[in-house]
Design a protein around this ligand. Structure first.
Ligand SMILES: [Zn+2]
Ligand SMILES: [Zn+2]
Length: 192
């Protein structure tokens, strides 16, 4: 679950809490509340929702008030994922990149494509192509694919989890990648 979804979910939960408590005010507010039109109620709920996001931002001890980048600027920079420069938090991925060992003397079998490769992710201890600059596997991005959630299930190494024979493995087509991405994304949504 990404940051925005998390925040939205949290504020919805807070709103739900507030609304539930509104139902049992124990005073004359009950009547007033029931007389509100649906539109009014929706608008009030929206206001409260926005307010709770604001409260959380302001109350967050990690938010540096002196930092010129605020929620509005950040949201604008993120824009639509895939169209903007920002691709989500790559903090974990960065750690794998930093652990790469290249120039291995003996060829190893890449865990994504099965072809010979000379680089290893030190963190995973797995041989993976990291954009080799020569040879027949030149430019292969197996390293990136191996660490990408959406690609899980498509690497040679995933044959076991996919209950397939290694000999039946073929490089995934663009369509296969798209289908897998959709499947993984929907699974991610269900434990968000
Ligand atoms: Zn490879
Ligand atoms: Zn790794």
């Amino acid at each position: 679950m990404d940051f925005w979804l998390f925040r939205e979910k949290l504020s919805k939960q807070m709103l739900q809490y507030k609304l539930t408590h509104l139902k049992y005010p124990g005073d004359g507010n009950m009547q007033a509340a029931t007389q509100q039109s649906q539109k009014e109620r929706k608008e009030k709920a929206k206001e409260r929702n926005n307010q709770s996001i604001l409260d959380m931002t302001q109350g967050d001890p990690e938010v540096d008030a002196n930092n010129p980048i605020d929620l509005r600027i950040l949201k604008r920079a993120i824009g639509r994922r895939g169209k903007s420069r920002l691709c989500g938090n790559l903090f974990h991925f960065e750690r794998h990149v930093e652990s790469v060992q290249t120039g291995k003397k003996h060829p190893l079998s890449c865990r994504v494509c099965g072809e010979q490769c000379y680089s290893v992710c030190g963190l995973c201890n797995k041989p993976l192509h990291l954009f080799p600059n020569r040879g027949k596997n030149m430019g292969k991005s197996c390293f990136l694919e191996y660490h990408n959630d959406s690609f899980f299930g498509l690497a040679v190494e995933d044959c076991k989890v996919m209950q397939k024979r290694k000999s039946d493995w073929t490089p995934p087509s663009a369509t296969k990648k798209k289908v897998q991405k959709r499947h993984i994304n929907s699974l991610m949504g269900s434990f968000a």
